[in-house]
Write a protein that binds this ligand. Structure first.
Ligand SMILES: Cc1cc2nc3c(=O)[nH]c(=O)nc-3n(C[C@H](O)[C@H](O)[C@H](O)COP(=O)(O)O)c2cc1C
Length: 305
């Protein structure tokens, strides 16, 4: 069974990827399962300078997921290229760099520099982080900014074979409008969704559990939101959609494919069961066969609405 999917000109061996920020750069998971079988690995966000991230505590449990306020902690662009990229280059799966910054110039600086290095398959532009004061959501909720940032990055890109994937936030009134703005700016694909703003309060201490007050909710709790977002976006744009949010098993992934996704990512579920990524991958071909389909992109045609 051919599980290949095309994301803006990039062919992925299969549609199963691991989500930014939940997989680091792959090293910690390398002993747990065969990462090379994945279709894509989306790195932790890379910013021009190193970032320590937000104050702790920056993780909190919720009944059906978790809340994080990591704040894009990462070693910075230089260290990414020197210390992380050599191992990532050895991967057989596509390595897609999650790019972040506090202003359009910073996003551009990251993409321009990464264009000069080998071994990367594409860029996922994170305009949807709810845990930073500048950049992140401030960019991703403004239609004009989304379009102009996407165009700016598209214009500075030297390697059109590396798709520009704009990662959308569910923390907006109409995610379809934002997706259309990204498409108008020249995005090759969109991924949706990033986390939802949430808060957990410690009743004994009468203060928020997270030092920052609020954080981003991820995990099973957000899956219906993610599926609805993919469904809405698939009716608004013609570019491929990468669906994520609360995926932990084959049925979860199939909901996203039925809603219109061409590929998926698994995030929070990896913390508890890293093996679920390959379980989902291994379940796909038998499911397609049983449903008389020859490719993943045909799944969306089955949806009855
Ligand atoms: C601890 C943590 C860190 C994250 N860091 C990033 C990040 O650096 N860049 C990004 O685009 N998304 C980041 N995310 C969001 C995930 O990539 C994903 O969009 C979200 O968690 C929903 O998917 P899930 O429910 O499968 O985890 C992070 C999520 C978590 C839980």
């Amino acid at each position: 069974m051919d599980l290949r999917v095309n994301i803006g000109g990039l062919t992925l061996a299969n549609p199963v990827g691991v989500a930014s920020g939940t997989f680091g750069y792959g090293d910690e998971y390398a002993g747990l399962f065969d990462i090379d079988r994945l279709g894509a690995l989306y790195t932790k966000a890379v910013t021009p300078e190193a970032r320590a991230g937000n104050r702790t505590p920056r993780l909190a449990d919720t009944p059906a997921g978790m809340l994080n306020s990591i704040g894009l902690a990462n070693p910075g662009l230089d260290s990414f290229i020197t210390d992380k990229l050599p191992a990532l280059r050895q991967r057989r799966c596509a390595v897609i760099v999650n790019v972040a910054g506090t202003c359009p110039e910073e996003y551009q600086a990251v993409v321009e520099r990464l264009e000069t290095v080998e071994g990367l398959a594409g860029y996922e532009i994170n305009i949807s982080c709810p845990n930073v004061k500048a950049g992140g959501l401030a960019l991703g909720t403004d239609l004009k900014l989304v379009e102009s940032l996407t165009r700016r990055l598209r214009d500075c890109r030297q390697r059109p074979e590396r798709p520009l994937i704009v990662k959308l936030s569910p923390n907006v009134t109409d995610i379809a409008e934002i997706a259309r703005a990204a498409e108008a700016g020249g995005a090759d694909a969109v991924s949706c969704i990033n986390t939802l703003v949430g808060m957990v309060i410690d009743v004994q201490k009468q203060r928020p559990v997270l030092a920052m007050g609020t954080g981003g909710l991820s995990g099973p709790a957000i899956r219906p939101v993610g599926v609805a977002c993919v469904y809405k976006v698939s009716r608004a744009v013609g570019i491929p959609i990468i669906g994520l949010g609360g995926i932990g098993c084959l049925d979860d992934a199939l909901q996203y494919f039925l809603a219109g996704a061409s590929a998926i990512q698994i995030g929070t579920a990896l913390f508890r069961r890293p093996e679920c990524a390959l379980e989902i991958l291994d379940g796909l071909a038998p499911w397609l066969e049983a449903n008389h389909l020859s490719s993943v992109t045909e799944i969306k045609r089955l949806l009855k609405v």
